[in-house]
Design a protein around this ligand. Sequence first.
Ligand code: GRF
Length: 205
Amino acid sequence: MMKRRLAILLSGRGSNFLAIHDAIEAKRIPAEIVLVVSNRLGAPGLERAIELGYETRTIDHRGYESREKHEHDVIVAIELAGVDLIILAGYMRLLSEGFVTRFANRILNIHPSLLPAFPGVDAQRQALEHGVKTTGCTVHFVDAELDGGPIILQRSVDVRDDDTAESLSARILEQEHIAYPEAIRRVCSVPFRVEGRRVIFENED
Ligand code: GRF
């Protein structure tokens, strides 16, 4: 099978990036990471990408006079690298409508809740404060709405009575590290169609 070319966009820790890296190394995903972009100099995820020998770009948004100009340079880097899929892995920048339309159904994101519950920042704390008994994580295609695109895969996590935002986040993160590689594997290797909001994969068997 042809390897799909991935760009990873991150801003911080990069644990999802590393889970994806591990899955590719273990040949569980028919893909290769051809570019890692960070909007933050010194982000731990970026440092790790450099150590691992990946092609990296730091495109610091603070050096730009507008969102559009920053995004333009990110798009140029992605286009130059010849990327099939863009993987948002803790990338803390909103993408404009132009960006998401250009790469429709080719940008993936992971969010630490069962969407459409608790979009936006601090999803784990929102879940705890709302008192839900089950939360989890969602991998979805990115559209112009915040955390709003068609859902590829979800994994649930039970909330415990003694959970704090930290303990709940840690258990959700374990599931993220399973969900994200699995979702990318499916998108790379199983034919699918998007009908309205539904992502329908052909039977794998
Ligand atoms: C994860 O919780 C992810 O769901 C959210 O940002 C966090 C990124 O963590 N979008 P990491 O940088 O992958 O460790």
